[in-house]
Write a protein that binds this ligand. Sequence first.
Ligand SMILES: *Cc1c(COP(=O)(O)O)cnc(C)c1O
Length: 371
Amino acid sequence: MLRGTHAVIHLPALLKNIRLAKRRLKPGTKFLAVIKANAYGHGIVEVGKYLEQSGIVDMFAVAIPEEGARLRNSGVTLPILILGVTDPDHVPGVVAKDLTSAVFTEEQVFAFERWAKLSGKTAHVHIKLDTGMHRIGVTDDAMLDGLLDAFDACPHVSMDGVFTHFAKSESDPEFTHLQAQRFDAFLKKIRARGYQPIVHAANSAATLDFPELQYDMVRFGIALYGYHPDPKRSAGSGLTPVMSVITYISNLKTIPAGEGVSYGLRFIASRPTRVATLPVGYGDGYKRCLTGKADVLIGGIRCPQIGTICMDQMMVDVSDVPGVAVGDEAVLIGRQGNERITADEIADKANTISYEILLSVSDRVPRIYEK
Ligand SMILES: *Cc1c(COP(=O)(O)O)cnc(C)c1O
């Protein structure tokens, strides 16, 4: 049985968004699809397999070893880069599954060397350089020298790549270029030691806005799913949102003026009001802080959400929808008729970013995949 509340994942839109990005890339630039955090809520296995089969990407990135293992177990064979820290406990599993780790300390390189040697394999790693984000990575020349000495001494560890991450590429060209300068200085040292790794730095914002910072590969995340990292530019970007979230009217009634709706009676009807109940709430990831702020599309019309959003249900004022009936479709994110609600719109009202809204759609909401 299909639950009434569901998310539609329109997979071909992923390809459209990648093609749009590729039109901005130098020929030969490699393309990495970031599918961490369950592919930003879209389904890591389905998105990973679809993109691998389409032959349009060169590599995947995830945040943690568990995500990489899940992809491998589902049959994905492309290289998978783990962007976060691989703990020593995870080294054996990562080597066994042929996952690629980010490294930035000598200890990490030696840990990979020990296990790769023992298991008769090569450990694949990318050096992470900290050029200003100050999250993880090599921070200075001395640390880099020590790391390169470790690589020299570790024949079972292959430095496949080197990368950094921009902190403000959606809003600050000056700081982004300062980071690139620091990156270039680190790269010079690495190359002077005879290494020729794949170099990458650009996230979605840099891929779309800084062609000069593409290096050998780009790491495309949020824009893959149809959103520009800067919400003000999503609309004009040509990107196509991949996810819609849809439910239906489960109950309908008219309340007289003066009556309240939902916990705390935070909405009081100022006129006789047609109230629709939808079987969706914060248990599905529709954030409670959207109470009284968000709209829902019903009958092609924007209907205001009213009363406190509950865990499993919420109410909407449908007084202005002619012929409204139980069972009618209600769109939380997506298009209906000429109207459209984006994750950017919901994010703005919830005081967050599109990333978090897409990720918030909970496990209880089945994903329906359109090919
Ligand atoms: C998440 C992440 C990305 C993708 O960023 P977007 O803004 O979604 O494109 C790229 N690189 C690293 C290191 C990340 O953590």
